[in-house]
Design a protein around this ligand. Structure first.
Ligand SMILES: *[C@@H]1O[C@H](CO)[C@@H](O)[C@H](O)[C@H]1NC(C)=O
Ligand SMILES: *[C@@H]1O[C@H](CO)[C@@H](O)[C@H](O)[C@H]1NC(C)=O
Ligand SMILES: *[C@@H]1O[C@H](CO)[C@@H](O)[C@H](O)[C@H]1NC(C)=O
Length: 475
């Protein structure tokens, strides 16, 4: 995640939010979506209605449909991936295709000319940013979203992210420090370049595992094993306590010159490794992966579904009410519950363990999603009501939660597909600027890019001089 920009853009966001409020005032009173979010988790129609409202509110934030850069969300490029993932999950949960066309157009377009989610208009793409778009693409394939009539297939797009991230030239797998792993950032000028973080590596692990499961091709499974082994060696994932750290930093001691893991905890860091392990079990039937899946799930539950918050999923920025301080943070738990729902479909024997956790969290979210007479979602689902923190990110997580609880009513006919069960296996990852022509070549620099990069670099350097270092750390 490009925190330097997200912080710079947060000033603009306030303007944007003001504008949104005005738009909302003009539009919303005339819609049929103004009723209390009344969720009964035992009633499929009730979940569908709540999901429809949450998705509608989420999509009021999206202004890219019909523009010449569909899917581009200027305030934080990666959040487009989170938004379209939420749309895919909404469609998968309810069969409502309202947003599919704009999702499909956007998901392909944001791949850029190289089809590897390094488009020229996204400056300073981190490995995690790129990975989230890759996850959206493989999700589209697993849910059987029809491929576009021309251009890259969903599978190709996901594979290109994988090929880019396994290659050192692509700013991906890097053995120069820490004995392997992905750096958070690809670009030397970004402060996150010296860090190897959980979400980039856990996300790459999950992408490799899902590609392995989807295609049955061995290379992906070998890489999933490799990323897992590395992550446990440097203790990003502690395979005794099952704690998942946020990052390790180069040059401060520890194994292979990698700093000791921090004690920062985020839901989605756990979620990426958990989901990857679940796909590896679904692929191999190996009890090793089932044990890992169970252990990580238990750890996720005891770390974030706390009794003092009614058992509702809670990220660590929430008790102090400070999650709004970084636009990205409120998205994490929404991603996490969506992965739990997928795991319940991929490994049905785990469904009984997962459902009660989703249920309590969904009931909390329904109370939170009652804002401003329009059922806007707040941030803290354990709060007992709307907490006033209206944002696109909270809307995304609210929508993800309503889709996730629908898993209660989904049977094996809704199981994500692989090529063995009807998934489309058409792909051509080496075409275009894929691996053969050198992955992750920087796109040709246009004047507009240079101007953008210049401004960002100046701001970045200024912030360094000001002694502000942007770290991806929780409170
Ligand atoms: C997106 O735009 C297309 C055409 O520009 C339009 O047909 C479609 O209805 C729009 N989608 C939504 C959900 O508004
Ligand atoms: C798979 O996708 C490709 C590319 O869009 C398409 O040509 C092909 O017909 C699809 N196959 C099936 C079985 O849908
Ligand atoms: C795993 O088990 C399933 C169901 O028993 C079976 O269909 C599948 O072939 C097995 N896969 C492997 C790799 O053993």
């Amino acid at each position: 995640l490009f925190l330097a920009t997200s912080i710079i853009l947060s000033a603009m966001m306030f303007q944007g939010a003001g504008h949104m409020a005005i738009v909302a005032l003009h539009i919303l009173p005339f819609t049929s979506h103004v009723y209390a979010l009344d969720l009964n988790v035992d009633d499929q129609e009730s979940i569908k209605d709540a999901g429809s409202t949450a998705a509608y509110n989420m999509m009021t934030w999206y202004k890219g449909n019909g523009t010449d850069n569909p899917g581009f969300i200027s305030r934080s490029w990666w959040e487009g991936a989170a938004l379209f993932l939420a749309c895919l999950n909404y469609w998968h949960a309810t069969n409502d295709t309202t947003y599919n066309e704009e999702v499909s157009v956007s998901l392909q377009h944001q791949g850029g000319s190289g089809g590897d989610y390094m488009p020229s208009w996204a400056i300073g793409v981190g490995n995690d940013d790129q990975m989230f778009w890759g996850l959206a693409a493989i999700t589209a394939a697993e849910y059987k979203l029809p491929n576009r009539p021309s251009g890259d297939t969903w599978l190709t797009l996901a594979e290109r992210v994988f090929y880019n991230q396994k290659s050192p030239q692509g700013g991906g797998w890097d053995t120069s420090i820490c004995g392997g792993g992905l750096r958070w950032q690809k670009d030397v000028w970004q402060s996150g370049y010296t860090m190897k973080n959980a979400v980039s590596n856990g996300g790459f692990f999950m992408l490799a595992a899902r590609l392995a499961w989807y295609t049955q091709e061995e290379e992906y499974a070998i890489w999933a094993e490799k990323v897992w082994d590395w992550s446990t060696t440097v203790n990003l994932v502690d395979n005794k306590t099952w704690a998942v750290a946020d990052s390790v930093r180069a040059g401060s001691g520890g194994p292979d010159g990698c700093g000791l893991p921090d004690s920062t905890r985020w839901t989605y860091n756990y979620g990426t490794y958990l989901s990857g392990a679940a796909y590896m079990y679904a692929l191999t039937n190996d009890s090793k992966w089932l044990n890992i899946t169970n252990s990580l799930m238990e750890s996720l539950f005891t770390t974030f579904f706390l009794p003092e918050y009614g058992g509702v999923i809670t990220d660590r920025c929430e008790p102090s009410g400070q999650c709004y301080k970084d636009a990205n943070w409120p998205i994490f738990k929404g991603l996490t519950v969506s992965w739990l729902a997928d795991i319940a479909l991929i490994i049905p024997s785990l469904k009984e363990k997962i459902l009660p956790k989703l249920q309590v969290s969904a009931e909390g979210a329904a109370k939170s999603c009652t804002g401003n007479g329009q059922n806007l979602c707040g941030n803290r689902w354990w709060y007992g009501g709307y907490d006033g923190q209206n944002s696109m990110e909270n809307a995304i997580s609210g929508s993800q939660m309503m889709s996730a609880i629908m898993v209660k009513f989904l049977d094996s006919s809704s199981k994500p597909v692989s090529t063995a069960t009807g998934g489309n296996g058409t792909s051509d990852p080496s075409a275009g600027t894929g691996e053969s022509s050198g992955p992750a070549q920087l796109p040709p620099v246009t004047t507009a890019d240079r101007a953008g990069a210049g401004i960002l670099t100046v701001l970045f350097v200024a912030s360094m001089i000001g002694g502000v270092v942007f770290l991806f750390r929780g409170p």
